[in-house]
Design a protein around this ligand. Structure first.
Ligand code: SAM
Ligand code: SF4
Length: 334
């Protein structure tokens, strides 16, 4: 598809990647992401499956080449395979790639359908390989089930990247084990700094926060890490790991930000477009769609991109509050 009017933001960055949180609900309650008694949004505020598709298609008309579905847990949203199947038909035409970020709980039954729909790569979050520790961090998760799902996904031919949030003391000295396991399983891995998003109840971000500079230094005691130029226009920087033969990414929104090459925006399940993960300015695409119809979306999206900020200013410190932006990652989509 020839795109005449691509989305270019005020800093000259081409915006061609859309992340969509298709639900704020989840079957886990990871301690850094949600409080245990998390209040979810009323259904009427959430985009219908058709509305999600409509907004995605408007973005594609404006040059979006990659869509990632996330959440909450995208695979627990009822009917989501309909969206995945329909967007999957655009892969190789309007889209280069359709991908998802999942906690893996539903992969055992959904991996094959995902592959058939045109998904080729998935990110699966996993913060510990000990079942008891896994339960502790996810509160409700079952490691065996996630591992069974990963096995099916791998056999089907999905490329898998494991996302691990580095949490002080909790998995600080276990990250090398996860990295080795990823090597054995042929998975890539990305380690993520805890971001101060949304109230998480009694846990404190300062207590959870572990700078990745420290993680890298610790891993370098065991592994030979070599910086590689691979870029995804995202916040990750990659190294190759000699001992496993695979890549490792570091996402460091706190210690470094890499906003200068940002190519993405995020749509919440309520139809709010956030032009930056770490800023509050947004555009209400749901109201535009419901009150003015799909034809009004392109203009609204273009206006919103015209306000995309240069970058975020996340901060976690003993003095600063626990929360830089009020919304949870599960609403905006990680
Ligand atoms: N439920 C899916 C999952 O866990 O992969 C998709 C949504 S989840 C919000 C997306 C990613 O965000 C996960 O890798 C999760 O670990 C990460 N995440 C959630 N809250 C975070 C936070 N406060 N800081 C850093 N990463 C976070
Ligand atoms: Fe659910 Fe993902 Fe948040 Fe964990 S990180 S509670 S799996 S949305």
């Amino acid at each position: 598809m020839e795109i005449k009017n691509k989305l270019i933001d005020p800093f000259g960055r081409e915006i061609n990647y859309l992340r969509v949180s298709v639900t704020d609900r989840c079957d886990f309650r990871c301690t850094y992401c949600m409080s245990e008694d998390m209040q979810f949004l009323p259904k009427k505020d959430v985009l219908s499956l058709e509305e999600i598709e409509e907004i995605c298609k408007s973005f594609m008309k404006l040059g979006t080449r990659k869509i990632r579905l996330t959440g909450g847990e995208p695979l627990v949203r009822k009917g989501i395979m309909q969206v995945i199947n329909n967007l999957g038909k655009e892969v190789g035409k309007g889209l280069d790639e359709l991908t998802i970020t999942t906690n893996g709980s539903q992969l055992e039954t959904k991996a094959e359908e995902l592959f058939k729909a045109g998904v080729r790569r998935i990110n699966v979050s996993l913060d510990h390989l000990d079942p008891i520790k896994f339960k502790e961090i996810t509160r409700w998760g079952d490691l065996d089930k996630v591992k069974a799902g990963l096995k099916v996904a791998k056999e089907i031919g999905l490329k898998i990247k494991i996302n691990t949030v580095a949490i002080s003391e909790f998995n600080e000295y276990h990250l090398a084990d996860i990295l080795n396991w990823c090597g054995e399983e042929n998975f890539d891995m990305t380690i993520i700094e805890v971001m101060p998003m949304g109230d998480i109840g009694k846990d404190t971000r300062y207590g959870q926060y572990l700078p990745l500079s420290k993680v890298r230094a610790e891993l370098e005691k065991t592994f030979t890490l070599t910086d590689i130029p691979e870029r995804t226009s995202g916040p990750a920087r990659y190294v190759s790991v000699k001992e496993t033969g695979r890549n490792l990414g570091f996402i460091t929104p706190l210690t470094h930000n890499f906003c200068e090459s940002c190519n993405r925006v995020r749509l919440t399940c309520t139809g709010t477009l956030y032009m930056c993960l770490g800023q509050d300015d947004n555009a209400d695409l749901k109201t535009v769609l419901r009150e003015q119809g799909p034809d009004a979306l392109e203009n609204a999206i273009r206006h919103a991109i015209g306000r995309k900020p240069k970058g975020h200013d996340f901060e976690i410190s003993r003095q600063s509050s626990n929360v830089s932006v009020n919304r949870h990652m599960s609403l905006t989509g990680g």
